[in-house]
Structure formats: structure tokens, C-alpha cells
Design a binder for this molecule. Sequence first.
Ligand code: HEM
Ligand SMILES: *[C@@H]1O[C@H](CO)[C@@H](O)[C@H](O)[C@H]1NC(C)=O
Ligand SMILES: *[C@@H]1O[C@H](CO)[C@@H](O)[C@H](O)[C@H]1NC(C)=O
Length: 507
Amino acid sequence: MSLFLWLASQLSSCWSNISILGVFLTVFTLLLDFMMRRKNWSHYPPGPVSLPFIGTMLYIDFRNPHLSFNKLRKKFGNIFHLQNCWTNVVVLNGYKTVKEALVQRSEDCADRPYFPAYEHLGYGNKSEGIVVARYGHIWKEQRKFTLSTLRNFGMGKKSLEERVAEEAGFLCSAINSEKGRPFDLRFLVNNAVCNVICTTVFGDRFNYGDEAFKKLLQLFENSLNEEAGFLPQLLNAVPILLRIPGVPQKAFRGQKAFMDFIDVLIDKHKETWNPAYTRDFTDAFLKEMEKGKAAEENGFNYNNLRLVTADLFAAGSDTTSTTLRWGILYMLLHPEVQSKVQAEIDKVIGRERSPTMKDQVSMPYTNAVIHEVQRFGDIVPIGLPHRTYRDTMLQGFLIPKGTTLITNLSSVLKDETVWEKPNQFYPEHFLDANGQFVKPEAFLPFSAGRRVCLGEQLARMELFIFFTTLLQKFTFVLPEDQPRPRQDGRFALIKSPHPYLVQAVPR
Ligand code: HEM
Ligand SMILES: *[C@@H]1O[C@H](CO)[C@@H](O)[C@H](O)[C@H]1NC(C)=O
Ligand SMILES: *[C@@H]1O[C@H](CO)[C@@H](O)[C@H](O)[C@H]1NC(C)=O
């Protein structure tokens, strides 16, 4: 009995120790949380009340984020703040606000948030790729190198434009072999667009229907979906969770598989490398790497080669092919627009010759249609996150250094104060009274400023050449038994059409 009493007293004192410890820990963590959360800056943009630890994350429905954001914009205006755990986020809406950040305050807003989760993909100090690289000299070197390498492509061989035209030809043959049956364009178009990046970066293309390519697409799609989910956001906001064994592997399975695929392509490539003869982007990069220490410091190292090439794939394939799929979808829904484009093609190019970029200036209507596809398709609705590089002012609000900025490109492309019919497909947005092509300043599908899309020139070339070649050779119609395709998209970083079937009738 006495033993029992003794035990009980020990237990209760232990228990009270635990509860004292508990109280202490709670107070301590609340204090820590209080200190980590934003200070009371004056002139900081308004926003919802944030809770300890989770900040304002509960206000966002991660399945339907745009609905939550619409509510917040109505309540707080074009510039409001959120808090992802301890990360300060400011959301920018409307042409005026977004342009001020991207163009007038371009350098102040040119940094990217740091994503600790990417360290598992080899992201480190001198290997950050381009897309999520911090603003600084390594990013500048890599961006300059990539731009000029893409631009100079050809080196006596085929120019980039010729490659695109050639691929458009392959695409048309593949569509022809569908023999007018209803089919989903997605695989063929993805394949064609991906081939442009593949030949440029790795000097090789995939045949249509290739199994390895289908696998790549699947991996890629998985990794995009993964990225947009709740778990990665949480992990980036609270990186300590990444230390839990198994968590990063589970959260980033798709991305890891995608990187493995890139590794295979690079390794194959290195085996056949001949320094005297530059075949493609990877060769040009390997050549820079040979230049020694200084080059290494500027990001020309193996780890970064993986990340830069993965970036070019990630940023350059799905974007362009999704835009083209929106384009064909709008042609199904607006056959009268399709006929007008075809009439212009017949007049300027004819039925035989391949379209070239020179034709663009004589084809204002087609050009306007392609721009309207990009505006209305609005495929990167909230752009990529930026981060303030130093304290800055936007619309009279103070945005401290290190704040994550969401530039809502959708709110620019559909800004009611700029566009005549923001929520309709209306190519006349890009035509003046004389039918000449005009480009309103609020056309920002590629964003703007220092971080503007690096592939803009290439993307425009691809859109023009693929789109005109397709409409030169085919008329796209909705199969009789098919429902009218939906105009709203599916959103996972990129807004893409719901799957639809189409019939391609040869002209
Ligand atoms: C229709 C097609 C495309 C659209 C709509 C598009 C859109 C965008 C947008 C909105 C951004 C974010 C800019 C910002 O942070 O403010 C971006 C960045 C980027 N894009 Fe594109 N893009 C397209 C095609 C391409 C292509 C074909 C390539 C590759 C050659 C490419 C490579 C990049 C890269 C590397 C970045 C990161 C730039 C940086 O952070 O410095 N994009 N793109
Ligand atoms: C961006 O703007 C669009 C259109 O105005 C809106 O529907 C969406 O909710 C906004 N998203 C964010 C993140 O503010
Ligand atoms: C990058 O380098 C700096 C200093 O050279 C160091 O303090 C920092 O921890 C490094 N970061 C990573 C992710 O390796």
C-alpha cells in the first residue's frame, strides 16, 4: 500500500512537472510565433486576421482558391496581404497595380521566394536553375546564356524557326493519320511542342506515340499537380517538416521521377559529347562548364545543368501546348472566327507553302486571334511568385523586403477597366478601326519586367507557326455526338482545358 501511495505521489509530481512544462512550452511557442509574425508596419496592405502558426491559410480553399481570392479582393481591394504560416504574402490585382510592381518597381520585385523543398531536387547555392533562382548574378548569367544560346541556335544548321516549321509538318501528318475520326489533340500537340524543346536542349526528338514520351508527360503532369497542392505549400512554409523521414519523398515523388528522366537524357548526351562540335543547348552548357572555377561560380556546373534543362522543359512545353489546345477549342466554339483565319491564310500564304514569321505582319486578323487566345485562355492565371528584393512602395503601401508577391495576371488579362469584353472571346480586342493589329499594354500573358518569360520569342513563334499550319491544312469541328467543350479550365499552376474530342477535316 505504501508503495502504491509512493508511486502515485511520484506520478502526480511528474504529472504536474509535465503540465508546468506544457504551460511553459505553450507560452514559449506562442511568444516565438508572435515574434516570427509580422511586425506592425505602418502602411502595410490590409488583409484578414492571421492566426498563430497557420496565419491566414484557413481563408484559402486550396481546391477552389480563386473563389476565396475573389472574396478577399472584394473585401480588401486590389492589394491585400496574407500570411502563409510565417511567410508574408501580398496579392496584387488589376493592370495598374501589377504593372507598377513588374515594370516601375521591376528590380525591387525581381527576387523569388526560397523554396526549401527543392533542395531535394539538387537545388543549392550555385545551382538554382532559372525559374526559381534568387535574383542575383548567377541568375543573370544563366538567363543571359540561355537567351543567347536559344537565339543563336542554328549555328549554320537549321534555325529554330525551321525546326518549328518542320515539327508542324510532322504534327499535320500525325493528325492526318487520324483520318477525320474524333480524337483528343492533347498527346500529339504536347508531343510536337515538347519536341521543339527536346531538339533544342538535347538535340533529339520523340516520335509520336513513343512510350517513353507518354511516360514523361505523365510524370510531368503529376509533378505539376503535386506542386499546386497543399502539402508542398506547407512544407515550403514550415521547412522543418522536411526533416521528418519519408516526408519529402512522399510529397515530391513526381518531381523526383521527372528529374530522373532528365538525368537519363543528360547522361546519354554526355556519352556522345564531342567538344569540337556543339549540337545543342546541353553541349553549349557543357562547354561553359569546361571553363573552370569562374564558370562554376556563375552556375555552370553539373547540378545546375540538370535544373536549367528541367526548367526549360517545365516552363516551355506545357505552356505552349496548352495555349494551342485552347486555340483549337475556341475555333470549335467560334467557327466563324476559324473561317476568317483560314481566308486570311489562303490569301497571304496559300495552301502549299509553309507559314513563316515574315507572314505575320501581313496577317493582322490571325495575329489578333492568337493574341486573344492567349488573353482569354489566360493559362498562367497567377503568374509565378515574386519576392521583394528590398523595401518598396506599391499603390502607396509599404511592402517590406522579403515579402512574397502574387502577381495576378488573370486580373490583368481580364481587367474590366481595360478590355472592352473581358469575359468573352473577342479577337477585335487586338484590331483597330482599320483592321490593323494593335496590342494593348495590358496584354501580359508572359508577365513583364526583369523576370518576364524567357521563352516569349520562342513561344510566339511556335504559336504562330503551329496555329497557322494547323488551320492551313485542317478545319476543326466538334464531333456530332460530343458535348460542347467547357470554357472553364482546370487549374494546377497552369489553367488547361478539360479534355475534349475534335475532328480534323483536311482542307
Ligand atoms: C505560351 C507560352 C508561355 C507562356 C504563357 C509563358 C508564361 C510565363 C510566365 C507568366 C512566366 C513568369 C514570369 C514572372 O515571374 O513574372 C514565365 C517565366 C519563364 N518562362 Fe515562360 N511562358 C511560355 C513559354 C515559355 C517557353 C517556350 C519557354 C522556354 C524556352 C519559357 C521559359 C520560361 C522561363 C525560363 C521562365 C523563368 C524566367 C525567370 O524567372 O527569369 N516559357 N513564363
Ligand atoms: C485573380 O483575378 C481573377 C480575375 O479577376 C480572380 O478570379 C482570381 O480570384 C484572382 N486570384 C487571386 C490569387 O487573387
Ligand atoms: C550558401 O552559401 C552561404 C555562404 O556561402 C551559406 O551561408 C548558406 O548556408 C549556403 N546555403 C545553402 C543552401 O547551401
